[in-house]
Design a protein around this ligand. Structure first.
Ligand code: KIV
Ligand code: NA
Length: 264
């Protein structure tokens, strides 16, 4: 009964076994996902949107994420917990990246970190893996750069598929143990998955990656409104919670709750 390790994920790829990954930002979801056997939990910088209410992932800080990482780590015993390095915490170079990643490992207690970028962050990935910190890379559409990329857009269409391939090779060669492919054409994700020996984790990248990740509030239908096409909703938590809140509210107003059963 130990935590999943990077090498287990590599072995799964070699056996052709797919695996699921979810984000988590708090103890209840972390414990539940862990019990359901989700092998990798990501404390994503998408907490910016899904926990802290920012419009983009740009403002979220290392400190804001570290609080959440600690909660997820404390609530789990099997999952490999990956902490997402936020915008501004690694771009300056390997020294800054190492300083931030060490904080995630020591103060957050996670077992790996993730950062966005390919060829351009290969030196950072090499520094971290050289220091014994497992790194998950993230290429294709990288939300921390949405202002440069011009919003949420598919990356790697046409000739730029070669850039995605080059990024994948660069992060593999720099020592990453896995790579997230976000919003790239299915054919490109399939090629990357065949060409790099490390597991690929798709989000909006089609069916041929080694693993799939979704933001849990999207997957469980807690977030409402316009959803990206790659999201599948497996539950209606917003509906379930709305009904519960409405029932509680009505019963308090009518005096139906509490009864003698709830009274000392
Ligand atoms: O922050 C996040 O949620 C992510 C994934 C969805 C890959 O980076
Ligand atoms: Na992220």
């Amino acid at each position: 009964n130990r935590r999943v390790r990077a090498r287990d994920l590599l072995a799964a790829k070699e056996r052709g076994e797919k695996w699921p990954m979810l984000t988590s930002y708090d103890q209840y979801t972390a414990a539940l996902f862990d019990q359901q056997g989700i092998p990798v939990l990501l404390v994503g910088d998408s907490a910016a949107n899904n926990v802290y209410g920012y419009e983009t992932t740009v403002p979220v800080t290392v400190e804001e994420l570290l609080f959440l990482v600690r909660g997820v780590v404390r609530a789990t015993s099997r999952a490999l917990v990956v902490g997402d390095l936020p915008f501004g915490s690694y771009e300056e170079g390997p020294t800054q990246a190492l300083r931030t990643a060490v904080r995630f490992m020591k103060e957050g207690g996670c077992q790996a970190v993730k950062l966005e970028g390919g060829v351009n962050v290969a030196p950072q990935i090499a520094a971290l893996t050289g220091a014994g910190i497992p790194v998950m890379a993230h290429i294709g559409f990288t939300p921390q750069r949405e202002h440069t990329l011009g919003g949420y857009r598919v990356q790697g269409r046409g000739d730029s598929s070669e850039d995605v391939l080059a990024d994948a090779r660069a992060v593999y060669e720099a020592g990453a143990f896995a790579v997230v492919l976000e919003m790239v054409p299915g054919e490109v994700a399939k090629r990357v998955t065949a060409e790099v020996p490390i597991p690929t984790v798709g989000i909006g990248a089609g069916p041929d990656t080694d693993a799939q990740v979704l933001v849990w509030q999207d997957m469980a239908g807690l977030r409402t409104g316009k959803m990206p096409r790659f999201v599948k909703q497996y539950a209606d938590l917003a509906g379930a919670l709305s009904s519960a809140v409405a029932a509680f509210s009505d019963e308090v107003r009518s005096g139906a709750f509490p009864t003698v059963d709830h009274t000392f």
